[in-house]
Design a protein around this ligand. Structure first.
Ligand code: NAD
Length: 295
């Protein structure tokens, strides 16, 4: 599919990242969102990242210009008409994704592969809304997309071998390492990480060690770049709570039951770095242990 055209639906955090890696891989990209400001915002974000790469000497200005020239803004889904692939990254809402894919199903050629970057909605459920479930697939990128190497490729129950092959080739051309997962809640990474994180929370609640020492143990004992509490704060405790709730609903297994202290922090509005407090306190500008709560 070299030189071919890919539409990215949704120019938010993930969509813009996917558009960037696709353009850097040489694909022609249509970056679609509901309004011009939303698309422009996505493109401005890409430009900012590429500018930084050029400033740091990691990228040539000519490569940056070439990548940006491949990204064409769009506010009309009709622009997907001649695309070989569409990758959707809009809000995590089934009805919204279903509506978009049903429109794309009418607009696109029957050969076009439709992919979703959903984190939690079953691929088979969205695929059932289109007339081409064999050409429907999950492409689960990780944030930030230009930095994180993995892309999980998720097969719905009817996804064809050919769709898996083509999608894997595209993701790899975008510089990603790919793995293939069945369509199960959390796929591979979020499932394992949710159980791992819950165990860290249990250790803290049982008084096995402090939050700081659990993070230290995992960083230096397992070579993780961040401990489970730091990472949870970085991603957002609301996101972590939603992931745990989805997995618990899917598996009905206590390994995934949303942790009670995590729930209390969510109720209190302490969602991690973005609100200044989560498992740690960031209000001084540095990461510090919390002194205002009893864990
Ligand atoms: P985001 O809020 O940054 O972006 C969502 C974008 O969708 C916005 O730009 C919004 O304008 C756009 N949008 C909303 N309605 C639309 C419509 N009708 N048509 C076109 N665009 C529309 O969200 P995000 O973090 O980029 O997440 C997008 C998807 O990626 C979600 O399904 C999420 O579960 C998944 N995901 C997110 C992460 C992450 O870490 N943020 C990781 C993996 C997967």
């Amino acid at each position: 599919m070299e030189g071919k055209t890919i539409m990215i639906v949704g120019a938010g955090f993930m969509g813009a990242g996917i558009a960037q890696v696709a353009a850097q891989a040489g694909y022609k990209v249509r970056l679609y969102d509901i309004s011009e400001p939303a698309v422009e915002n996505g493109i401005a974000g890409i430009k900012k990242i590429l500018d930084k790469n050029v400033d740091k000497g990691k990228m040539a200005q000519t490569d940056m210009d070439a990548a940006l020239a491949l990204i064409v803004p769009s506010t009309s889904l009709d622009d997907a008409k001649d695309c070989e692939m569409v990758i959707e990254a809009v809000f995590e809402n089934f009805e919204l994704k279903k509506e978009i894919f049903q429109k794309l199903d009418e607009i696109c050629s029957p050969e076009t592969i439709l992919a979703t970057n959903t984190s939690s909605i079953p691929i088979t459920k969205i695929a059932a809304a289109v007339k081409r479930p064999d050409k429907f697939i999950g492409m689960h990128f990780f944030s930030p997309v230009p930095v994180m190497k993995l892309c999980e490729i998720i097969r719905g129950i009817k996804t064809s071998d050919d769709a898996v092959k083509v999608t894997t080739e595209i993701a790899e051309k975008m510089g990603k390492v790919t793995v293939i997962s069945k369509d199960v809640p959390g796929f591979i990474v979020n499932r394992i990480n949710a159980a791992f994180r819950n165990e860290a929370y249990r250790c803290m609640e049982e008084g096995v060690a402090t939050i700081e020492d659990i993070d230290k143990a995992i960083k230096f004992g397992l070579n993780h770049p961040m401990g489970p509490f730091e990472l949870a704060d970085f991603v957002g405790l609301d996101v972590g709570f939603n992931v745990a709730s989805t997995l618990y609903a899917g598996y009905k297994d206590s390994r995934f039951a949303p942790n009670a202290t995590l729930e209390k922090l969510n109720i209190s509005g302490d969602l991690g770095r973005k609100t200044g407090k989560g498992w740690y306190d960031y209000t001084s500008g540095e990461k510090k242990p919390r002194t205002d709560v009893q864990f």
